[in-house]
Design a protein around this ligand. Structure first.
Ligand SMILES: C[S@@+](CC[C@H](N)C(=O)[O-])C[C@H]1O[C@@H](n2cnc3c(N)ncnc32)[C@H](O)[C@@H]1O
Length: 246
């Protein structure tokens, strides 16, 4: 077990500094292609996408790099945004501090797509997430996609190549605190605090905000046939990708 006091809270400067050096291979292979695919039908020059909880800006830069999106990257952590501005500046991305709930500078039905990647798991406050989800629904144009990618709640305790979310042989319930270990590029590990929510809880956050029940994808990597044993991510999905539309 990891003691709570050893795990980093996401609002801390230490979490932002450590997260800057995370090993992104699994997210790049399993989340990023799915995000691009789900948004492809809505893209076009000048179209506006939100990267909500953009952290260090990886998804915002990915979307802007396609040439098909103007992006607002939004986060309540000034430390994360400082890193995003330094590491991933882009002429079509603006990074903005917000309170994690309200999108009051955006008019109703003025946004063409929204992505929220590995964010709900870091916020303990269900009311704030319910408010944020309702705001996302408000600002999206009718029919615009909302892609919510997060840790797969059915994969707690599984040792993936770059992460382990919680302890093996432990059953978690909605609201439980989970210690999540992330591999960093230098081979060390950061341990952060996340909050367990079941897939049903995610579904009800979306439907409670007026979205239709989402499509659920659980992507895995193909086995490469290596003799050393297949990594866990070839059999179990580390992440879930929920896609719905306003
Ligand atoms: C694990 S990081 C993910 C960052 C980025 N989306 C990525 O995939 O690399 C979680 C981020 O969510 C932000 N966050 C936490 N609660 C939030 C909320 N209610 N609304 C928006 N962002 C939030 C944190 O400040 C942090 O930057």
């Amino acid at each position: 077990m990891i003691a709570d006091e050893d795990a980093l809270g996401w609002e801390s400067t230490a979490a932002a500094d450590a997260y800057r050096g995370r090993d992104m291979r699994l997210a790049e292979a399993l989340i990023f292609p799915a995000v691009l695919e789900r948004l492809a039908g809505s893209s076009g020059p000048g179209r506006l996408a939100l990267d909500i909880g953009c952290g260090t800006g990886a998804v915002a830069a990915l979307l802007a790099g396609t040439g098909a999106w103007t992006v607002q990257g939004l986060d309540p952590s000034a430390d994360m945004l400082d890193i995003a501005r330094a590491d991933r500046p882009h002429p079509r991305v603006s990074y903005r501090l917000f309170d994690g709930r309200g999108l009051d500078w955006l008019a109703d039905a003025s946004v063409d797509a929204a992505v929220c990647c590995l964010v709900y798991c870091t916020d303990p406050d269900d009311d704030r997430l319910a408010g944020l989800t309702a705001e996302i629904r408000r600002v999206l144009r009718p029919g615009a996609p909302y892609v919510l990618a997060d840790l797969n709640p059915a994969a707690t305790g599984v040792a993936f190549s770059t992460l382990r979310n919680g302890e093996p042989d432990t059953v978690y319930g909605d609201g439980d605190t989970v210690a999540t270990r992330l591999r960093l590029r230098d081979g060390s590990t950061m341990t952060s605090t996340t909050y367990y929510r079941s897939l049903d809880r995610y579904r009800s956050l979306l439907t409670g905000a007026g979205f239709p029940s989402p499509d659920v994808d659980l992507p895995t990597l193909p086995a490469d046939g290596s003799a050393n044993g297949a990594p866990a991510e070839t059999g179990t999905a580390p992440y879930m990708i929920l896609t719905t539309h306003a």
